[in-house]
Design a protein around this ligand. Structure first.
Ligand code: MEV
Length: 323
């Protein structure tokens, strides 16, 4: 039996714009997905998850043929990861039983799909005796990200694989920054699930049409992320918070915020957050607030009182891990 786990993520600055070549800053946080792999009946892959409400069996030779319906849409991307990992180890007909557990709310911008995919790739590879480094695990997991999110930047799979804090830009090596305990991140979940792929496509469509406003806002967001990285490195968290507020404004301008996200952002700031913004694709999902440790509970209560579900999280330093 092999058990692998990997963390959730938050985008601190730069979501959406990162898909179009701008840098973004992301942090891994201590909510985890866990995948347990055991051997199963030959030629059969079983995947179960009480959190996701799934319990299904697949024949490895006929993955594309079954099952039908909603289980297929949840499971198919995970199966792709399993299938690629089996192929890579040359053990295609083998039977596996996977149990997926997750503390990460699904479809709300915290990287639940990337985390599950990374945990799956790592657990299956380790179970099959494949020695993969983080880059290879991230590559395998990205199959599912492309399936679900259509044209992802790759930031979600990367941050959940490596953990910590990362400055990411498509085509460049990621820059790993030192995680810190000097500030807290408070997540506020609006509870409104949405599709990252659809939101990314909506913004991308405007870019393809040559929308000048979008180009201007995107360039401003890129500059803002570089300033945010400097502020983070200097531990100037007041400035980092201000930049997060500005980033929320840019995301509002491209139409990916919602009244409920704006409301949670506002109450978090009023309760003493250094800065607050939506995180991930927006359109519902989650916001984050940056806080001094002494104010985290006040902010979390304010988010709950405004109808959100808050989580006070710490930065994860390890990324994917075989237990
Ligand atoms: C999703 O966590 C972040 C987006 O920028 C999409 C992506 O980068 O793939 C919205």
């Amino acid at each position: 039996m092999t058990v692998a786990r990997s963390p959730a993520k938050v985008i601190v600055t730069g979501e959406h714009f990162v898909v179009h070549g701008q840098p973004a800053l992301a942090a891994a946080v201590n909510l985890y997905s866990t995948v347990v792999v055991e051997s199963g009946s030959p030629g059969i892959i079983e995947i179960s998850s009480s959190e996701l409400g799934i319990d299904a069996r697949f024949q490895t030779e006929a993955l594309e043929k079954n099952p039908e319906g909603s289980e297929r849409s949840i499971l198919e991307p995970l199966l792709l990861v399993v299938e690629r990992t089996l192929e890579r180890s040359g053990s295609k007909g083998l039977g596996l039983r996977l149990q997926v557990k997750s503390q990460i709310p699904v479809g709300v911008g915290l990287g639940s799909s990337a985390s599950t995919a990374v945990s799956t790739a790592a657990a299956v590879a380790h179970f099959l005796g494949l020695q993969l480094d983080r880059r290879q695990i991230c590559e395998l997991a990205s199959v599912q990200e492309q399936f679900i999110h259509k044209k992802p930047s790759g930031i979600d799979a990367l941050i959940t694989t490596y953990g910590g804090v990362v400055l990411f830009k498509i085509g460049l090596s990621p820059v790993h920054l030192q995680p810190t305990d000097e500030v807290r991140i408070i997540i506020g979940n609006t509870g409104a699930a949405r599709s990252t792929g659809d939101l990314v496509s909506k913004v991308s469509h405007r870019v393809q049409l040559g929308d000048r406003d979008l180009t201007r806002i995107s360039d401003a967001a890129g500059q803002l992320t570089l300033q945010a990285v400097n502020a983070y490195k200097k531990k100037d968290f007041l400035q980092l918070g201000r930049l997060m507020n500005e980033n929320h404004e840019l995301l509002r301008q491209i139409g990916v915020s919602t009244p409920q996200l704006d409301r949670l952002v506002e109450v978090a700031r009023d309760a003493g957050a250094l800065g607050a913004k939506l995180t991930g694709a927006g359109g519902g999902g989650c916001m984050i607030a940056l806080s001094r440790p002494e104010h985290d509970k006040r902010i979390s209560k304010a988010i709950d009182a405004a109808g959100g579900r808050s989580y006070i999280v710490a930065m994860d330093r390890l990324g994917v891990k075989i237990d």
